[in-house]
Design a binder for this molecule. Structure first.
Ligand code: ADP
Length: 939
């Protein structure tokens, strides 16, 4: 545009304005926008093709309230960046054109230390947020045909607590209806979570009980209940406020609510009495309560918010405490000191010596009664005794929270530490430096319950549990292991997504009245749940319809759901919060496979400081290393995890993220489902790229063979079978075989060997081996039945091959539990030529149903099936070692030869398999031992 070369005085050059008025009439009609201001700047829109001459952009307005108007006078959309003002001459100095200033300088002034800039579009009131650095490089503008933007209210922002950065990470350059509200949502979430935890009844109970060393009375409990109502009301109001897209006419009531709640604590007479009198040391426990309040909040919030927080809640409580004459002066000082400790030190249980941290701070030395005398710092005996006692109480309190059932050994240890400190103080003659040196002993470590024989609380986090949800062996294991553990007297609870299939199996389950508040990213998701039961084990089904009310568990039509990472991340996070809602502090969170692998990660990275989970260990069981939950790296941002976890020793895996890897890295222990597979996965051939990590964690890696639910899989009582049978009376098995042959259109030949496969159609299962040897296999005197679903390629190929061998081969595509049972019962032999097999349940079921397994020697197959060549007396099946079609056929020939020529041996083999005990008896005990090892590690 010509003004770039013109030199003009913006206040006087009416000709210039008149010229442009014709061109950009909609704006220039309102010439007062710029005709009467003293500081007017024009800009070029730099596009990828140079300057867009159709765009007219200018800023005006007084410093501090600049406006930016950008108008596209063309029928085409345009996109580009505004950076520098047009060069112009100073009034009266025509001919000398000075350089243009930058847009950032024009809009924000000379300040350069802002982290972010906010501004507003006058047309629709929408807000924008930009990193200041980005604005300095130019402002991106995108305008439709004849569109204009009028941006104003530019404001530079500092970002002490990182909230703006977090918000920007979420919304990017997109406009927001209300930037302030979005920020509040981000911040109040944490604030709310902190408060809710703080005054929940179990907290009060544990706090008061822990402090007093006695359980709370019924009166105190009902008081806690009343407080809970207050909290619920507060939570409801906050949630209403935080609900997206809700129009809020009035300012949030949060400050008032918090203030009222904080005020409630010290003015509730029964609580006051209990906290200050019952210990017999008036006053001391109340400051501890305050300290506790503060600590909770401190943990929940970024440090820059602490001062605001004090103003909200604690400040008020504190005022009450000081003004209300509740405490003698010394206790008040002590309490102040404890709060200082909370501010200065990491959580006390993790700090080497919180005492040292306090006493080294000159600001608090006065309060601790520390004096300088003849060049040495001394402290008062009385003051120190009280301080140390208070710290010991604080530790005891943490311990009580961590392990409600086993306080006494911990208290003894804490008492011993107290005595040691006091003796140390005595010994060093109350000289501060000497005392601190003596006190800087090794860190006390996390306070944990010592492992004992007491019943354990186990939270199973899983994506499958038969029969509610099953796609393979994982479902079977979770359908039976929990009951086996519960039968041994342990409190086991299962958390499962409320899939559509759950309702199909168990009927529509009513939602529980309570909801679980799940903090996830900047949001707090209220999650409903339903309760089902499996053999006496409660199964909590998390009802998140938009994630789980779908036809499939993990995908449909051979494709995974694209949001699987988020689905199962939120599920894991919700499972942990559900435990809190149930007031079920688990000893061990037992997570299964990649779908649950983030549970241990959240325990470590989101909840490490949370007293509720302070005594919780974690176990990850790998049911199949081949399924890792591998996602693009960009997904990490949506999983409420620290971006720093995108690292070699975190979730990073070949340029993406592996959720299973996260679980392997962060779980206290890792197990897999057979001893052989446990060894195999530590080798490159089976390690799927994780063998190095698994070797590194080798001392924490265990192989525990899966069990089988003997009642659910029992040919003597299976209602799906046309006839029942047992090892003692096998007549029913022949009936089953005849019925199966008829059902599937096979020739009715009792003599022919009927081979079966019931399997996911996946390369893992050795289908390529089978297909390679197909023709030769059919040259043998066998019939073949395959029931499976999975890869469409296999499905199609198998159906084609079956069509070519009518009467000999039957292929059923689909997942059908009843048909599977009829196949196990009606077949003579069961094929499992898997390339790898973590444990395998198919062969165990086959054994139980008298179908002799023929398997490849790998993983759990190698651990459960014994071949006559190596075990002449105890054989229960046939095993081939080399992974090839020839070896499979060789194994088949050996099997057919025994069956055809030595019926007695065959009968013995079958009987041996049917009698075998693969129940959970031994494996459940192995899991219990492993849980206790985890607890021991933590003690
Ligand atoms: P994986 O867990 O690798 O799928 P397992 O042998 O450990 O293999 O467990 C498979 C379980 O799933 C067994 O209970 C088997 O009967 C069952 N199963 C597999 N495919 C089907 C199917 N198409 N229909 C019914 N049950 C099936």
């Amino acid at each position: 545009m010509e003004y770039r070369r013109a030199y003009w005085d913006e206040t006087a050059d009416q000709g210039f304005i008149a010229h442009h008025e014709r061109q950009i009439f909609p704006l220039l009609r309102r010439r007062q926008h710029f005709a009467e201001v003293t500081d007017f700047q024009l800009y070029d829109l730099q596009t990828g093709f140079g300057v867009d001459d159709h765009v007219f952009a200018y800023s005006n307005g007084p410093a501090g309230d600049r406006q930016l108007v950008v108008y596209n006078n063309s029928p085409h959309a345009t996109r580009g960046s505004l950076h520098h003002a047009a060069p112009k001459a100073a009034p009266g100095r025509e001919g000398e054109i000075g350089p243009g200033t930058t847009l950032a300088h024009e809009l924000l002034g000379a300040h350069t230390d802002f982290a972010f800039v906010r501004f507003c579009d006058h047309r629709d009131g929408r807000h924008f947020l930009r990193p200041a650095e980005k604005l300095r490089q130019g402002l991106e503008i995108h305008l439709g045909p004849y569109q204009y933007q009028l941006l104003h209210a530019f404001e530079g922002l500092h970002d002490e607590d990182g909230s703006w950065a977090r918000l920007y990470a979420q919304v990017g350059d997109a406009p927001l209806k209300d930037l302030d509200r979005a920020l509040l949502r981000l911040r109040y979430d944490a604030l709310w979570a902190g408060w809710q935890q703080l005054v929940a009844p179990q907290r009060l109970h544990a706090l008061a009980g822990g402090l007093l060393g006695t359980p709370l009375t019924a009166a105190a409990l009902s008081l806690a209940g009343e407080l809970d109502e207050e909290v619920q009301a507060l939570a409801a109001r906050l949630l209403a406020y935080l609900a997206p897209d809700e129009a809020i006419a009035t300012p949030p009531p949060l400050a008032d609510d918090l203030t009222a709640l904080a005020g409630l604590l010290p003015t509730t007479p029964a609580l006051k009495e209990r906290w200050s009198d019952a210990r017999g040391e008036p006053g001391l426990s109340y400051p501890l309560l305050c300290w506790r309040l503060y600590e909770q909040l401190r943990l929940a919030l970024p440090s820059a918010l602490w001062p605001r927080l004090e103003a909200f809640g604690l400040g008020l409580a504190w005022e009450e405490l000081e003004g209300g004459g509740l405490l003698p002066g010394e206790d008040r000082q002590l309490a102040t000191l404890l709060i200082a400790c909370a501010r200065l030190a990491p959580p006390p249980a993790l700090a080497p010596s919180p005492l040292a941290a306090i006493l080294r701070d000159p600001a608090w030395q006065g309060l601790a009664g520390i004096n300088r005398y003849q060049g040495t710092l001394w402290f008062g005996r009385e003051r120190l005794t009280r301080l140390v006692a208070a710290l010991a109480l604080q530790a005891a309190h943490l311990a009580a929270l961590a392990a409600p059932g086993s306080k006494s050994p911990l208290l003894r240890r804490i008492g011993a530490r107290l005595d040691r400190r006091l003796a140390e103080a005595e010994r060093c003659g109350y000289r501060l430096e000497e005392f601190l040196r003596a006190d800087a002993g090794p860190p006390p470590g996390r306070l944990r319950p010592s492992p004992s024989t007491r019943p354990l609380r186990i939270l199973m986090v899983t994506s499958e549990a038969a029969p509610l949800a099953k796609s393979g062996g994982l479902g079977d294991v979770l359908g039976s292991l929990p009951a086996a553990l519960r039968a041994r007297g342990h409190d086991v609870r299962v958390v499962l997504p409320y899939y559509r299939s759950v309702a199909q199996v168990a009927g529509e389950l009513p939602r529980q009245a309570k909801t679980v508040a799940v903090p996830f990213g900047s949001e707090c998701h209220p999650v409903h749940y339903c309760l089902a039961e499996l053999d006496g084990v409660p199964v909590y089904c998390l009802d998140i319809p938009y994630l789980f009310d779908r036809p499939g568990l993990y995908g449909e039509g051979g494709s995974d759901y694209p949001d699987n990472a988020r689905r199962f991340a939120l599920f894991c996070r919700a499972a942990l919060e559900l435990a809190r809602t149930m007031r079920f502090a688990p000893d061990v969170v037992h997570a299964h496979d990649w779908q649950a692998a983030l549970a241990p990660v959240y325990l470590r990275h989101r909840l490490w400081h949370d007293p509720f989970f302070a005594a919780t260990g974690s176990l990850l069981t790998i049911h199949n290393l081949g399924y890792q939950g591998f996602f693009p790296a960009g997904e990490l941002a949506g999983l409420d995890l620290d971006p720093a976890l995108y690292a070699l020793d975190g979730l990073e895996f070949h340029g993406g993220i592996s959720l299973l890897k996260g679980g392997i890295v962060f779980a206290d222990r890792v197990s897999t489902v057979s001893p052989t597979y446990c060894r195999e996965i530590q080798t490159p051939a089976f390690g799927v790229g994780l063998d190095g990590l698994l070797r590194a964690r080798g001392d924490r890696l265990h192989g525990i063979l899966n069990g089988l639910d003997g009642q659910r899989w029992d040919p003597a009582g299976d209602p799906a079978l046309p006839a029942r049978y047992s090892p003692a009376d096998l007549a029913g098995k022949s009936v089953c075989k005849a019925a199966l042959q008829q059902e599937l259109g096979l020739q009715r030949d009792p003599g022919v060997a009927l081979a079966a496969m019931v399997t996911r159609l996946d390369p893992q299962k050795g289908l390529d081996l089978l297909l390679a040897g197909w023709e030769q296999l059919l040259q043998r005197a066998v019939q073949l039945v395959i029931l499976g679903s999975g890869h469409p390629g296999y499905e199609q190929r198998l159906v084609e091959l079956a069509a070519r061998a009518p009467g000999r081969v039957a292929v059923c595509i689909g997942f059908d539990d009843a048909l599977a049972r009829r196949i196990y019962a009606g077949s003579d032999l069961f094929l499992m030529p898997s390339g790898y097999e973590p444990c395998g349940l198919g062969q165990l079921i086959a054994l139980r149903y008298g179908s002799v397994p023929l398997v490849h020697a790998t993983g759990g197959l190698a651990d459960t099936i014994r071949d006559p060549q190596r075990h002449p007396d105890t054989a229960n099946g046939f095993v081939f070692h080399h992974f090839s079609g020839a070896a499979l056929l060789d194994g088949l020939d050996r099997l057919l030869s025994v069956r055809g020529t030595a019926p007695e041996r065959w009968q013995r083999l079958m009987a041996q398999g049917m009698a075998e005990d693969f129940s959970w008896r031994r494996s459940a005990d192995d899991y219990l031992a492993l849980y206790r090892t985890i607890l021991e590690d933590m003690a």
